[in-house]
Design a protein around this ligand. Structure first.
Ligand code: FUB
Ligand code: ZN
Length: 640
């Protein structure tokens, strides 16, 4: 069941599936204007600052040759490149995460470290603006010949880092390095008879960021040019030659504006569509959006884990056939979930539909957050939904894309709380924060308080400088209206949904739900307080039968969080029970290491029908923090 245009509170909805309601284009409200104050995310920002980033710095400087490669280029002594050809990107991504973290938690020593790295990076730039330590150390004459070699991918991460560091500190040295590289790229491409299909998308979204910060139209045109190269038979090289991959691996099977299906490598796909959405918004070009809506449905309706993870197959780090969603062997790369957050935010900005935020929230709180340990210094690359004990969080990886990716996402999580336009504010995520908007020239300080995701009480206080008429659009999450996800891939087993309520200054309000948002349009005055109550019941979820891995199984969810049973809480065993019909779930305060969570307990009998025992389920993102052990998300259901 989908959300309705006119939704009376406490009643269920009536529109047919996937009804389109008045698209409305929104602007982001950046995290740099937001102070996160809640007890769920604030400690995570601190863990990124105090544990994840130091881990990245240690690995980048001491355990691997990533920074040394830049030093070697500057020395010009013909020394060997260390590591993999795309390792520069990890340095840039770590710098981007540092830039975000400095805005949340100023740290002069960390900033000094970033400045030191930036000096080394700048010293490694070639006179013509090119920068890539792999080619500078192995032969510049070979550059721009192999589409798979991630030169533009590394450049994209450099641009993102340059923009982020400039916005965080006002220092433009890294931004200038990025601009020189972008200008170099623009001399190589966008010229007659020259084609280039990036083997790993990323530069498109990065060029849009560069365009926005510099105002230089050519970067936007270059982003569009990169997008437009795909699907025209120009792709050449290792990816394209591999029979089991071919052009679809890098989303190069058909032109982007004609794409209908999700294919290939999941991170590549997410970055591509994020960039396409950015270009669509900046150029007001509906062509990309029309294609992406169908691709998005293909992802969400047929190819997404209940955790919001995507890319189930390890062999291509990406998509397989529809409904192929194995649990124990799930690839579900952390970077792909980070990409889901990026892409779904952009889709929401383009259309103002809450369904994109429903997906974003699912990916963020489950598959993405699972990538970061509770201590902040261990990481998951893949995020399986079942384990025999063979999975373990790691300090780092040979290909180390995931650690800094999850760090930059968590450090900038404030980006996803709101959206806005000239007439109103959109509340997308429920995260305690203080911020300020400006509508019709009036400053509107806003404070959100909540204990989400542990309970569904949220208050939003508005303090406009003077009474002002505007809309507050409150996202009514799919998990409270009966849709765990858009589409029918997953559904609640018991469709009876608890009533939610919204009050202004203590008085219950009825209102219109449009595009999945409750629209509150009034003359707001200082001290007006909106109170939302989304009752958080434990819900059982089933999959479509086509998902063979989940047949006769159920998962449980409370609020936005998917739960799992882990051996650590259940006498070492998590795979040996079955869920009875209508189990009685209890919610209790619990702790996984220092993370205060709500656990769910229930009685379940053994698979051999042995006596029922009480089991404890914990939020999925907290598993594997107490060593490797058994775990599962989809529980077998007793057969009558
Ligand atoms: O190719 C660079 C990164 O390495 C990709 O984004 C990840 O999936 C991993 O393959
Ligand atoms: Zn990754």
């Amino acid at each position: 069941m989908k959300k309705s245009i006119f939704h009376l509170f406490f009643l269920s909805s009536v529109l047919p599936a996937f009804a389109q309601e008045n698209p409305v284009q929104l602007q982001p409200h950046p995290f740099s204007e937001i102070k996160i104050t809640d007890s769920f995310w604030k400690p995570k920002l601190e863990k990124v600052a105090k544990s994840a980033l130091p881990a990245s710095i240690y690995q980048t400087e001491e355990k691997t040759g990533r920074i040394r490669n830049f030093e070697k280029v500057a020395k010009k002594q013909g020394e060997a490149h260390e590591g993999i050809y795309y390792d520069d990107s990890d340095v840039y991504k770590a710098l981007e995460a540092i830039a975000y973290s400095l805005q949340n938690i100023p740290d002069p020593a960390l900033e000094q470290k970033a400045d030191e790295w930036i000096d080394k990076i700048a010293a490694a730039q070639e006179p013509d603006g090119y920068i890539n330590t792999f080619y500078s150390l192995t032969g510049l004459e070979k550059r721009w010949q192999d589409m798979e070699k991630h030169e533009d991918y590394c450049a994209g991460h450099l641009m993102e880092a340059g923009v982020a560091y400039y916005q965080a500190t006002g220092k433009r040295k890294l931004l200038d390095v990025a601009i020189r590289m972008a200008d170099h790229i623009d001399t190589q491409f966008r010229i007659p008879n020259k084609s280039w299909v990036s083997g790993h998308e990323e530069i498109e979204l990065a060029l849009v960021k560069l365009y926005k910060v510099t105002g230089e139209q050519k970067y936007l045109e270059l982003a569009d040019w990169f997008l437009d190269q795909r699907g025209r038979g120009y792709g050449k090289g290792a990816i394209w030659d591999k029979p089991e991959w071919g052009p679809n691996y890098a989303q190069d099977g058909v032109p982007v504006k004609e794409q209908k299906e999700i294919t290939g490598h999941a991170v590549r796909a997410m970055y591509l569509y994020t960039g396409a959405a950015d270009v669509a918004a900046a150029k007001n070009d509906p062509g990309y959006m029309n294609a992406m809506k169908t691709v998005w449905e293909d992802v969400v309706f047929r190819n997404m884990y209940i955790t919001g993870g995507i890319g189930s197959s390890g062999s291509n780090e990406g998509f397989s056939v529809d409904y192929d969603l194995p649990n124990e062997n799930a690839y579900s790369e952390t970077c792909a979930s980070v990409g889901m957050v990026f892409w779904n935010q952009r889709m929401n900005l383009l259309e103002g539909q809450s369904q994109y935020i429903d997906v974003l929230e699912r990916s963020l709180y489950n598959a993405a957050l699972d990538g970061l340990s509770l201590t902040g210094d261990r990481f998951f690359y893949g995020n399986p939904l079942a384990s025999n004990g063979q999975h373990n969080r790691k300090e780092w990886f040979g290909t180390a894309c995931c650690p800094s990716n999850i760090s930059r996402l968590v450090a900038s999580v404030g980006d996803y709380i709101y959206a806005k336009n000239e007439t109103g504010i959109w509340v997308n995520l429920f995260i305690g924060n203080q911020t300020e908007f400006e509508i019709s020239g009036t400053r509107i300080p806003v404070e959100m308080k909540t204990n989400y995701p542990w309970d569904g009480d949220i208050s939003v206080e508005l303090n406009p400088e003077k009474p002002t008429q505007f809309e507050v659009n409150l996202r009514i999450p799919g998990w409270i209206t009966g849709d765990p996800v858009p589409g029918e891939l997953y559904s609640f087993i018991n469709e009876k949904m608890p009533a939610y309520s919204v009050a202004i200054n203590g008085e219950n309000v009825n209102g219109t739900v449009k595009n999945g948002y409750l629209v509150l349009n009034r003359n707001w005055k200082k001290g007006d307080k909106i109170s939302l109550n989304f009752p958080m019941e434990v819900r059982e979820i089933q999959s479509r039968p086509e998902v063979l891995a989940n047949q006769n199984r159920a998962a449980i969810q409370r609020g936005p969080l998917v739960y799992c049973v882990e051996g650590a809480d259940n006498r070492g065993k998590a795979l040996n029970f079955s869920l009875s019909e209508n189990p009685e779930f209890r919610v209790k305060d619990f702790q996984v290491l220092d993370e205060k969570v709500k656990a769910i307990t229930f009685k379940a009998s053994g698979l051999d029908n042995s006596e029922a025992k009480t089991l404890t389920a914990i939020p999925y993102y907290t598993w594997a923090n107490r060593g490797p052990n058994e775990m599962q998300v989809w529980f077998p259901v007793s057969q009558k």
